[in-house]
Design a protein around this ligand. Structure first.
Ligand code: UDP
Length: 479
């Protein structure tokens, strides 16, 4: 490694804590293992208190540089998240180029890393003279494979994916039913479809793919992507990159608001529950159910007889869409008003319902937690696996259905709920994952195995560490 100035990396984190957190974890690993410093470029649209608190909690080696706000007021209010993110990135390209040029002057800038919504910035990085340009893919290797094949699929599949009579077969992947392909790809005529295709077409401009996954959770996809293919950048599975649990529950992903139980209270409640007895129910930072689904879920949890900790938000029918809370996790209305009458009273002592947000990592790390009913967001999935918590899959949008396919049909770390969610089925699946002797026992055993594999990969001699060594060697040469 060149002596003198430490190597420096610029990372572009497009809106959403789900992108920022794993990138920041990567930056922390770069600092701790190789003394590489990082500047995180962030967008104004997520300059929330949550993001500010998170950024200020990072070590000194990881600094941040907010991009100047861009005007998005001309976008229609119903514009999809993907379209918004991509547009914000495109309009920020001049600022990104300027900042990268400045960093080239003031630091030993060795690489530019962007998450998947920032692939348009590769050209800006090249123009600014940054030699190495990498794509950080915050999802699974299955999702990455789908993105890599998307330009071909778009050309060869007639009509909509959901109408395909047979599942899509991709190298190393569990067969993917057309309706489980990413939600923004479900309407060809939609702007979101065009955005995703446009981003995917730029993937090959990267020098390398840094992926937040690990071999054991999708071994065949990992094997397929590890074989070199002309024209495709090498793939480095660096995961699982997740935040560490903070014992007092003050994780940086949450903020305190008056309408919320102090987060420590739900951990205190967990302290009083028997080991592995509670199912945690949460739909990520933005997911919301339909009112009817919320009702069935409540009744299903009650019927299951299992203890539960449920993070509730007002339903999507009222909030506007299933991803209505993406930029702001706060429930739009009082979510308790949508619970069945008498539910909170009847389940007192067995269940705890908290509005909007819970310190998820601390909950998953808690010994009382024995299951996770999840929307299968990739960060949630990794957090569950790292803490050895088996899952009930209830995917909502984005790439969550694909993750659910991989978890339930592939590695066997989850049981997926059927399309129509009725209280009896919810109760049966929850019970099976928590205490069942059939499929549930197999899922619990598999998750324990994956927990071990995840920890081993991150050790000094582990696969994720070796992969990161390979990435850094490309940036700065052999030590
Ligand atoms: N999260 C949390 N508390 C909540 C909901 C979410 O701490 O009540 C965190 C969770 O730990 C994860 C992230 O928010 O790190 C959600 O990311 P994921 O990729 O699972 O889903 P998304 O929010 O992008 O749909």
């Amino acid at each position: 490694m060149e002596s003198g100035r430490p190597a420096h990396v610029a990372m572009l984190a497009t809106p959403g804590m789900g992108h920022l957190i794993p990138l920041a974890e990567l930056a922390k690993r770069l600092a701790a293992r190789y003394s590489i410093t990082t500047t995180l470029l962030t967008f104004a649209s997520t300059a929330s208190a949550t993001q500010r608190a998170f950024l200020s909690s990072l070590p000194a080696a990881v600094s941040s540089h907010p991009l100047p706000p861009v005007d998005l007021s001309d976008l229609p209010p119903e514009a999809a998240i993907e379209a918004r993110m991509s547009e914000e990135c495109t309009r920020s390209l001049p600022a990104i180029a300027t900042i990268l040029s400045e960093l080239r002057e003031t630091t030993r800038l060795v690489a530019f890393v962007t998450d998947l919504f920032g692939t348009d910035a590769f050209a800006a990085a090249r123009d600014a003279g940054v030699e190495r340009r990498c794509l950080f893919f915050p999802g699974s290797l299955h999702s990455l494979t789908l993105f890599l094949h998307l330009p071909d699929l778009a050309a060869s599949v007639p009509g909509e994916f959901r109408d395909l009579p047979e599942p899509i077969r991709l190298p190393g992947c569990v067969p993917i039913p057309g309706r489980d392909v990413l939600s923004p790809l479900q309407e060809r005529a939609s702007p979101a479809y065009g955005v995703i295709l446009h981003l995917a077409e730029r993937f090959l401009e990267a020098d390398a793919f840094l992926v937040n996954s690990f071999d054991a959770v999708e071994p065949e996809a990992a094997a397929a992507l590890s074989r070199s293919k002309p024209g495709r950048p090498p793939v480095y599975p660096l995961g699982p990159l997740i935040q560490k649990a903070d014992s007092n529950g003050g994780g940086a992903t949450g903020t305190t608001t008056p309408d919320r139980l102090p987060r420590v209270a739900c951990l205190e409640w967990l302290d009083r529950q028997p080991a592995r007895s509670v199912i945690f129910v949460s739909f990520g930072s933005g997911g919301a159910l339909l009112a009817e689904e919320m009702r069935e879920l409540a009744l299903g949890l009650e019927l299951s007889g299992q203890r539960f900790l449920w993070v509730v938000r007002s339903p999507a029918d009222d909030a506007g869409s299933v991803s209505a809370n993406y930029y702001d996790a706060e429930s739009k209305k009082d979510p308790f008003a949508y619970l069945p009458e008498g539910f909170v009273e009847r389940t007192e002592g067995v269940g705890l319902v908290v509005p909007s947000w819970a310190p998820q990592i601390e909950v998953l790390a808690h010994e009382a937690t024995g299951g996770f009913l999840t929307h299968c967001g990739w960060n949630s999935t990794l957090e569950s696996l790292v803490h050895g918590v088996p899952m009930v899959a209830w995917p909502l949008y984005a790439e969550q259905r694909l993750n659910a396919v991989m978890l339930a049909e592939g590695v066997g770390a989850a049981i997926r709920l059927p399309e129509v969610k009725e209280k009896e089925t919810i109760a049966a699946v929850v019970r099976e994952v928590m205490v069942g002797e059939g499929k549930g026992a197999a899922v619990r055993a598999k998750v324990a195995e994956l927990q071990k594999a995840a920890a081993e990969g991150l050790r000094e001699d582990g696969a994720a560490t070796a992969a990161l060594d390979g990435v850094v060697e490309n940036w700065v040469g052999k030590n």
